[in-house]
Ligand binder design. Sequence first.
Ligand code: CMP
Length: 136
Amino acid sequence: MSNKEQTLSIIKPDAVERNLSEKIKSIFSKNNLSILETKKLHISKEEAAEFYKVHQSKPFYDKLCNYLSSGPLEAIILEGENAISKNRELMGATNPKDAKDGTIRKLYGISIDKNSVHGSDSVENAKVEINFFFKA
Ligand code: CMP
């Protein structure tokens, strides 16, 4: 049975800064994830805090919000079969040190903070996160 989903990807400031957006987007396309919409923007710390509010109790929350608002990012709506898990597989483990060979974070990630990409982790969060960047 088919399971077409949409998910949100963010190419984070460290990757935008190093001009990796096209390389990362070609990995999505080659792996049957279609790019439906993209938006390049520089969010404020308050907006980053709203986006990452599920992590507000974590010790790294403040640093995370400072980082996501530190420079331009590219938000992308991806669509395809099992897009949420497929994107997470392509990204690899959160910490680039633990990511498998060939994954985006292994190829391009610098550290657990500067790990180049974000991807929604569930159908529910994908809807919230897509709406955050692409609401009408
Ligand atoms: P991301 O998938 O965008 O979701 C939350 C981010 O918090 C995560 O990627 C990491 O970049 C960042 N982060 C920083 N420190 C940690 C940590 N100790 N555990 C998990 N995520 C962390």
